[in-house]
Design a protein around this ligand. Structure first.
Ligand code: NAG
Ligand code: NAG
Ligand code: NAG
Length: 382
């Protein structure tokens, strides 16, 4: 093309026309080069960040070769170095002057560093009169494309202060770990762990704000952008897994139960979950008295109680007694789960003596004492 143009230039055009043609040719060449540059895959292109990324330290040339350009969020260099373009500022927790909201940082998992910032609104009317009322709990997940921002940036800190004051909620802003250092599902798993931590602490502590001020029956999930995605996925997961906490536990039980019975029975089979039996089945229980011992330090306490209630309500002709063990400071949780010797002795005295052998089971007074393992049903949070 250039040769052809040159020939045309040679065939008696005016100097001005020649210059004009040359200029157009040059422009076309430049445009072609630019086009080529932009058509090349992004990672071959030098970074064009809004701020200037800190240069590599010189000893590693790959430190300034862009591996993935995720502007305007971050740039990952070939050396693995990550430059976050936004959302790295931190502000301290404390008392927010504009709203009177108090915030503090908590560690949820020391192993992974998972944490959260919690927010408590000021007492209504400046008085301590509402200290008795439990606050709805808001679990918040920040946005930032899963790769930037944190619970501690000014943007989210200010927002949470305002929401906490206006909505009068106890807010927990989760600081889940970010990709690409921690690719998904880390953010989902951290968020799930944090949500369960909130529910557990609101029920029984020891986190004092949640325990004393949180009303977990009024639980709200919220988030913006990537955080909205997380909030949706947490609600889905809670539904799929039968409620908070239940999921992981139920999965564990499913695995161990399946291991024990070689997959023969489901986890909701009456063999392992008597609560799934109809009353007509309960009434076939072949003994006259049943003692159920439960402990508040036992994970299965609620199920033990439910067992006693189901048996009693079934119309079974026998007698059910429930023994409650209270937390005893000198008892380790494990010991508290064992049958209590003292109580056992008095209980034995009250039981009928082993019956005289009889050909009929029903004339024989069996005495049963159960420690229950009923992992099937896990109550949903309201
Ligand atoms: C420079 O970068 C390399 C690899 O990226 C790292 O091993 C080295 O410690 C860095 N040196 C300084 C002084 O930061
Ligand atoms: C928690 O919220 C529920 C539902 O609104 C309400 O019935 C209950 O009284 C609240 N509990 C406390 C301690 O405020
Ligand atoms: C079995 O126990 C019940 C309740 O304690 C009692 O009323 C009944 O007489 C006992 N029957 C026998 C055969 O010991």
């Amino acid at each position: 093309m250039v040769v052809k143009i040159k020939r045309q230039i040679g065939s008696g055009l005016s100097l001005l026309a020649k210059l004009g043609l040359l200029l157009i040719t040059l422009l076309l060449v430049i445009a072609a080069i630019l086009l080529l540059v932009f058509l090349l895959p992004r990672h071959h292109r030098a970074p064009l960040p809004p701020g200037s990324p800190p240069p590599g330290n010189g000893s590693n040339p790959d430190d300034s070769v862009v591996a993935f350009d995720f502007s305007p969020f971050l740039i990952q260099y070939k050396s693995g170095r990550i430059y976050r373009m936004d959302g790295t500022d931190r502000v301290r927790a404390g008392v927010d002057e504009a709203t009177g909201v108090t915030s503090k940082d908590v560690v949820i998992d020391r192993g992974t560093g998972l944490g959260a910032r919690m927010y408590l609104p000021p007492a209504a009317g400046g008085e301590k009169k509402d200290l008795g009322a439990a606050l709805p709990v808001l679990v918040f997940y920040h946005g930032g494309a899963f790769v930037i921002e944190s619970a501690f940036t000014p943007k989210y800190h200010d927002y949470l202060n305002k929401v906490t004051a206006k909505a009068r909620v106890l807010a927990v802003s989760v600081d889940y770990r970010l990709a690409p250092e921690h690719p998904l599902p880390t953010a989902y798993d951290d968020s799930w762990q944090a949500l369960n931590w909130v529910a557990r602490n609101a029920r029984s502590g020891p986190e004092p704000w949640l325990q004393d001020r949180g009303n977990i029956t009024r639980l709200f999930l919220a988030g913006d952008s990537a955080g909205g995605n997380i909030a949706h996925n947490m609600a889905m997961r809670a539904g799929r897994e039968g409620g908070l906490e239940g999921g992981g536990r139920r999965r564990r039980y499913e695995q161990t139960w399946s291991f024990i019975c070689n997959g023969k029975y489901g986890i909701d089979d009456p063999l392992v979950d008597p609560l799934s039996m109809p009353a007509s089945e309960w009434r076939k229980m072949a003994c006259s008295r049943v003692a159920v011992t439960v402990s508040d330090l036992d994970d299965f306490m609620e199920r033990g109680k439910a067992y006693a209630v189901a048996l009693r309500d079934s119309g079974w002709s026998g007698q059910v007694e429930q023994y409650d063990r209270r937390r005893e400071p000198r008892l380790l949780p494990r010991q508290a789960l064992e049958p209590q010797v003292r109580q056992g002795a008095s209980f034995r005295r009250r039981l009928p003596q082993p019956g005289v052998a009889d050909s009929s089971l029903h004339k024989f007074n069996y005495s049963c004492s159960f420690r229950l393992v009923i992992p099937g049903r896990i109550a949903k949070l309201p």
